[in-house]
Write a protein that binds this ligand. Sequence first.
Ligand code: ZN
Length: 153
Amino acid sequence: MTAPGVERRASAIAGDGLFTTRAFRAGERLAPYLGAARPERPPSADGRVFALEIRPGLWIDGAAEDNPARWANHSCEATAELVWDEAYGTAWLTARHDLPAGQEITFDYGFSLAESLSQPCRCGSPACVGRIVAAPLRPALRRHLRRPGTRSD
Ligand SMILES: [Zn+2]
């Protein structure tokens, strides 16, 4: 693992996940999203998508195993968010609120509705919509799936 304060280990959500090994404060950087910059979306690796669209014409290919953020799972109640640092050209998983040691680090993969149809979510949160989809699209997906949520976001 390349980032201090975090480790990769088995996750109840899916495969391996990324976890804190110490407490972090809200807004603190957890791990960088490392990868080569590309002008277009990189191909998927093993059928999984590890690509971050920073803006049109700038993608970060995060598929390399030494990208610590690669191991972070999606959750409908994410503990982190990706924040782009323009000065250093690096995206950082950043704590959305205070996190204790041993907390799984998750973020919103931001998938489209079309992408979400083949991507079940098993995050286990009360707000889970059952698919990996960007937060703003969740109310529409809930209506589509006729799966009542516990929140009115
Ligand atoms: Zn979920």
